[in-house]
Structure formats: C-alpha cells, structure tokens
Design a protein around this ligand. Structure first.
Ligand code: AMX
Length: 434
C-alpha cells in the first residue's frame, strides 16, 4: 500500500464513526424546510447533499478542505521554478484534508506517472468519431471507452465487502485522472492541429505535461496547473459534481460517472459558459471593427443582449452572491502576464458595466462575474482560439474534485440517491391546505 493510501485509510477509519453517529443518534434532526418554489425551481438552496471536500459560501466563495483559493495557491508545494502548485499535491489535499510536504506531492506525482499510459483503443475510438464531433462529446466517449478497465467492477464481482469499495475506486480514480491530460491534448491536436500529436514527457508533472502536449510554451504550464485547481470542485450541488455523485451512487464505476459528469458540464448554463463568453466578446469585437468600446458603447451591447432575451454569459451564479474568487485568481494571472491584451480589456470593461446593468435589469440574483467570465480570454491569449475546446479544460479540472468525492462516498458508504417526486396536482393540494 502506498503512503497516501495508508494515510487515506487512517482518515477514513477515523471519519466513519462520525457519519454512523450522525445517522444513528441525530438522524431525525431537521436541517431545513422545502418550498414549492424550490421543488419546481431546480432544488435551489435545498440542503440535501453532503461533502467534506469543498464548501461554497455565497459571499466568501469556495474553500477546498477549509482553505481559500489564495491559501491553496500559497501553501501547496510547487514544481521547481513554477508559480503555481502541483495538481498532484492538490489531489493529496482534497483526498486527505492535509497540505502535503514536497515529498508527499512528489510521491503522488510518481503514482500518476505510473498510471498515465492511455490504451491505444482510446485513440481508435476518438479517430472513429465524426470529424465535426464536439470536443466534449469526444472527451466523454474516450472516458467511457475505458470502462472495461475498471478495478471496482472486478472487485465487486469477486465479492468485495462494502467497507472496501473505496479501495478499487481509488485505483480507478487515479488511473483515470492520470490519463485525462493526454486525452484532452490529443483531442485538441487531432481536431485543431492537423493531427500533429505531441507525445507525453515522462518527466513532467500533470500540468507541465499537459502544456507540453498542447505544444504551448511557458507560462502555459503554470496556467494549466492554476486552471485545473480552480475548476476542480465547487461543492456538490452543481450539475457536473452532482451528476458524478448520482451516477456513482448506483455503484456504477468512475468511468461511467465521469463520462456522465462531462455530459452535464457541456451545457451552456454550466461549463460551456466559458465558450459562450468568448463567442459573445468576439461578436462585439466584430461589430466594433476591432476597436475597444468605451463604457457607454459596451453598456449598449449588454442591454441589446438582455433585451433579445439572452443571458450575459459569465455572470450570475446559483449560489455565489459576489465576484467569484476563481474569477479573481484568473484576473490576477492576466494582470501579471497579459495586462495589455485587447480581449482582457473587453473583459475588464464588462466587469465595470455588467453588475450595475444586471442589478437594474432586476432578474439575476447575483450580478457579479463567475469563473467563466475570465477563463476563455487567457486560453485565447496562449493560442487556443478554438473555444469549443475550453470546456474540456474545465472537465479535466472538475474530474479531480468529483473523483475525490466519489472515493469518499464509497469510503463512508453513502447509499444510492433516490429523492421523492410529487405531481402538480399534489402540490396544488398541499398549497390549498387540503
Ligand atoms: N444574464 C441575464 N439574466 C440572468 C443572468 C445573466 N447572467 N443570470 C441569471 N439571470 C436570470 C435568469 O435567467 C433567471 O431568469 P428567469 O427568471 O427569466 O428564468 C433569473 O435571472 C433568476 O436567475 P438566478 O436565480 O439569479 O440564477 P439561476 O440560479 O437560475 O442560474 C446561472 C444561475 C449561472 C445558470 C445563471 O446566472 C446564468 O444563466 N448565467 C449565465 C450563464 C453562465 O455564466 N453560466 C456559468 C455558471 C458557472 C458555471 O457553472 N460554470
């Protein structure tokens, strides 16, 4: 057993009595009421999920295992000469709740290196798909094609006990995660760089190797690490995290669960919003003939979009009620590395005008920018102009959080999800007090 796995087992064994005690002794304690508006309205705010990996405060934003984004970026070990931390060390933090030492981060980096070879048939599957397939459909298919590799399925069929489910799930999770950068980069280079594939470099870390396989120079490796960490987890209720958890709750293995979570992420109200932001900005740029709009001109574009019944992509959030700290972390990166970029200027002007307009418009509960308002601009700057691809980057990051959650779901024996639905008739009867 590796040191990480030993430590994880120790953590799991000391955590289990807390869960058992809560169910046994406090199982009937109420934590909230549910209204008709919440039932019809996508369960907004209903407290019915549990995770210890991250928590999203509406004002403060995300904390990973109790740490804010600036704390994570400061405390985690970084590869030599790098600005941003090892993704591998971040995985260690999400799994164990502890900040790893340099050695511990390196050990998990070695684990990833051992597991990262992508089976040849995955490339055959990708090559067999229609050339105009969306990169998210390709990514999801590639992940699903590896389902037959599942260690969990083998162990389940051989009669493994419930308390041990987490162990083969951990194996599957690390096996899958280690392969995602190469699959993502392959999709990009196949689709947008004439199939000119760059083989992985066995000496590089998760983010560094991804940048290398994308064929993009420094500091894109720093950006990749930052991007994957920022997009990893946003507690459990968002569509991708919830889908991953839901599918895995049926004891479907992580290949099924992560393929499904990628499909949820591909929606324009969720992960695809980063693509929509760039599309929207490019449209405005086209109308402006390349010139940067002043604030009054930009206000008009924003109002035109709202008046045509569309949302302003990259703004608003189901939980957050202030500027997303993931937006701020990426903005800091832009201010350091691309302060004069014209698209970054657009993004900055939008930040100046959109919140007031959305407040005046009066619909969105949160007029502030979310993670997606800022992420496409950086990718564009480093040469990834095919915005169809942006959500694949989000998907690589999100897989980190969802997989860590699924390992813990299994460790704590969380059951299959099965909420209850009512009919409209029943809601009308409840409302009228009958
Ligand atoms: N522009 C215009 N209208 C908006 C808006 C925006 N950016 N954000 C919310 N609204 C509207 C909603 O469409 C809704 O209108 P309706 O009553 O006519 O249906 C109303 O305001 C109330 O919505 P809400 O409670 O504030 O938000 P929500 O929880 O229903 O939805 C979200 C949240 C993110 C889907 C929504 O803000 C949105 O569509 N934003 C634009 C797309 C986007 O940026 N998505 C990415 C989110 C982050 C992520 O998951 N990657």
């Amino acid at each position: 057993m590796t040191k990480l796995k030993e430590k994880l087992l120790e953590k799991i064994e000391s955590w289990r009595p807390r869960t058992t005690k809560l169910i046994k002794e406090q199982g009937d304690t109420k934590i909230g009421d549910i209204t008709i508006a919440q039932t019809i309205g996508g369960m907004r705010g209903v407290k019915c999920l549990i995770t210890d990996i991250s928590y999203l405060d509406p004002i403060e934003g995300i904390r990973f295992r109790g740490y804010t984004i600036p704390e994570v970026l400061e405390k985690l070990p970084k590869p030599p000469g790098a600005e941003t931390p090892y993704v591998e060390g971040f995985v260690y933090l999400l799994l164990t709740g502890d900040i790893p030492t340099e050695n511990e981060a390196n050990e998990i980096a070695d684990e990833f290196k051992k597991r990262k070879e992508v089976p040849k048939y995955v490339f055959d599957v990708l090559n067999a798909l229609p050339a105009d397939s969306h990169p998210m459909a390709m990514f999801s298919s590639a992940i699903l094609s590896m389902q037959k590799e599942s260690e969990f399925v083998k162990s389940y069929h051989s009669g493994i006990g419930k308390m041990d489910y987490w162990n083969p799930t951990y194996e599957d999770s690390l096996n899958l995660l280690a392969k995602l950068p190469e699959i993502g980069a392959y999709i990009y280079r196949k689709k947008y760089r004439n199939n000119d594939i760059i083989p992985p470099d066995p000496n590089l870390d998760f983010g560094g190797n991804f940048a290398h396989m994308m064929g993009i120079d420094k500091p894109y490796d720093d950006l990749s690490r930052l991007y994957f960490i920022l997009h990893s987890d946003h507690e459990s209720g968002n569509v991708s995290a919830h889908t991953g958890h839901l599918v895995a709750s049926a004891l479907s293995d992580v290949y099924y669960a992560i393929s499904a979570m990628i499909n949820g992420l591909a929606g324009p109200l969720h992960g695809l919003a980063n693509e929509m932001v760039l599309r929207w900005i490019q449209e405005v740029m086209g109308k402006m003939g390349g010139k940067t709009p002043n604030k009054e001109e930009m206000k008009k574009f924003v109002w035109d979009t709202l008046n045509s019944g569309q949302v302003i992509p990259g703004y608003g959030h189901a939980v957050l009620r202030k500027t997303d700290p993931r937006y701020e972390a990426q903005r800091d990166f832009c201010l350091k590395h691309l302060p004069d970029d014209p698209i970054f200027e657009y993004v900055s002007i939008l930040y100046d005008v959109v919140p007031d307009i959305l407040a005046e418009h009066g619909k969105a509960k949160n007029p502030w920018p979310n993670v997606d308002a800022q992420s496409g601009v950086i990718q564009w700057y480093y040469g990834i102009k095919e915005y169809d691809f942006y959500t694949v980057l989000f998907g690589i990051g999100r897989a980190i959080g969802v997989l860590c959650n699924i390992i813990w779901d299994r460790a704590l024996g969380y059951p299959i999800e099965r909420p209850k639905s009512l009919t409209t008739d029943m809601l009308e009867k409840i409302a009228s007090g009958k």
